[in-house]
Write a protein that binds this ligand. Structure first.
Ligand SMILES: [Fe+2]
Ligand SMILES: [Fe+2]
Length: 450
């Protein structure tokens, strides 16, 4: 059994990373939410094999201080840093992007600890396996039998079954937390199933109202990543994909309503180092909501429908954006020479494919599939329109304009503007969308708060 110190004040990631380290690479984790506490612990020279940290905590740089403390204490261990990459010399540091990717994280931890994939699978595990009780808060029914440890002195252990498979779990969790119990136990052969379910349902913790907007935004992004990663290879939405995406869409709506200006949301997403697709989804949803609140025929139902379509519209592009991190927007993706033929094909057809898969969403909002299919202005969902016509649905037009508005904001940001210039954005859009129906939509954006 190896030991790791995890330095991060992100409660969602802490639970998830420590759980996965324990499950896949047999590593016990000590969590320190505060950097100085963590450094104090290191100075005491505990037995550690790995340090996992976020690059910064509350704006304070972690890595430099961490390395100098490790050097001074003569502890030579690898570091996995989550967040922005910084230059380090003479230390083994693995940098990972800030959004959650459990597979990549586990693989990297395995590499850092010298554990091979084979060993991860073959790992001999105890008959019962502990899982932090609070992670069960997102479950209403258990995926497997759950046990409670009755301690009988330090040598002897006895486990008693407290919940059957598919049993109700909520009340038991509350009760045992009140009793001060920290872990439930499952059979070892069930552990990966439980870990996966927990990873998948992590967004349920968004119900926890004490989460800050930043934490909420990270959790929604986690959910988005989980759904996106399950897209390829599936012809239809699985139950877990449906559940996660519903929660995400609801939370995006709440997040948007909490901020008065679009730039506040953009700043938060930038600070979180969110991916392009995710930023673009959230901001697009914001702009679309503004349009629908201000156009005479708009309604709350329409705004919610577009919240749904934004979540899915570019989901098939996620793997390509991940593979080519220097491509920063959809337009460049369409014209990039780097992509393979297969990838180009996926880009050309991403609107059609997303439209098709959301049809399998139970009670899919009416017409959402068509809006997604038409989100680049073509009625069949292949390629992008050069001339924006009237042969698509009015809500697809709202979506297209919202996307373009966000793209122009990104362009202004990239060109170094400190403030957004609404007039400049609108001038460009009025030039691009010349038809009357589009202009009516654009008119509503004259009052948006940037
Ligand atoms: Fe898009
Ligand atoms: Fe798209």
């Amino acid at each position: 059994m190896s030991h790791a110190i995890l330095i991060s004040n992100n409660i969602i990631l802490n639970d998830l990373y420590s759980l996965n380290l324990k499950a896949y690479v047999d590593t016990n984790v000590t969590i320190k939410e505060d950097l100085s506490e963590a450094l104090k612990l290191i100075v005491m020279k505990p037995h550690i094999d790995l340090v996992v940290c976020t690059s910064t905590i509350d704006g304070e740089d972690v890595i430099e201080k961490l390395i100098s403390t490790l050097k001074a204490s003569e502890i030579d261990v690898p570091i996995i840093a989550i967040g922005e990459e910084v230059k380090v010399s003479d230390w083994e540091v693995y940098f990972l992007p800030p959004f959650l990717n459990v597979n990549k994280f586990v693989k990297t931890a395995g590499e850092a600890l010298g554990v091979t994939a084979r060993m991860m699978v073959d790992k001999i595990v105890p008959e019962y396996y502990p899982i932090p009780i609070r992670l069960f808060r997102s479950f209403s029914k258990t995926p497997c039998e759950i046990f409670h440890l009755i301690s009988k002195g330090s040598r002897e252990k006895e486990y008693s079954k407290i919940i059957d498979k598919d049993g109700e779990i909520r009340e038991k969790v509350t009760k045992y937390i009140e009793l001060g119990v920290e872990c439930f136990f499952v059979y070892s052969h069930d552990r990966l199933k439980v870990v996966n379910e927990i990873s998948n349902s992590i967004v349920n913790r968004l119900d926890d109202k004490s989460l800050s907007s930043e934490e909420k935004a990270i959790a929604v992004e986690t959910g988005f990543e989980v759904v996106a990663s399950q897209m390829s290879g599936n012809d239809e939405m699985t139950e877990s994909m449906v559940q996660i995406s519903k929660k995400c869409v609801e939370n995006i709506k709440d997040m948007i309503k909490e901020v008065p200006k679009i730039r506040h949301i953009l700043k938060m997403l930038m600070d979180n180092k969110s991916s392009y697709v995710y930023q673009h989804n959230i901001l697009g949803t914001y702009v679309a909501r503004h349009i629908l609140e201000n156009i005479e025929w708009g309604s709350e139902e329409h705004a919610e429908k577009l919240g749904f379509t934004f979540f899915f519209h570019d989901i098939f592009l996620m793997p390509i954006f991940t593979k080519y991190p220097d491509i920063k927007n959809e337009e460049d993706l369409f014209f990039s020479e780097k992509l393979s033929e297969k990838e180009k094909d996926l880009v050309l057809n991403h609107a059609r494919l997303a439209g098709e898969i959301v049809k399998t969403f139970p009670r899919c909002p009416m017409g959402a599939d068509a809006i997604i299919t038409q989100h680049h202005g073509t009625s069949a969902g292949v390629g992008i329109a050069v001339d924006f016509k009237d042969d698509i649905s009015p809500l697809a037009k709202v979506m297209i304009i919202s996307e373009e508005f966000v793209n122009e904001m990104f362009k202004q940001k990239e060109s170094g503007n400190k403030k957004y210039n609404l007039d400049d954005i609108l001038d460009i859009l009025y030039d691009k969308f010349t038809r009357h129906t589009y202009k009516r939509i654009l008119k509503t954006l004259e009052t948006i708060q940037v």
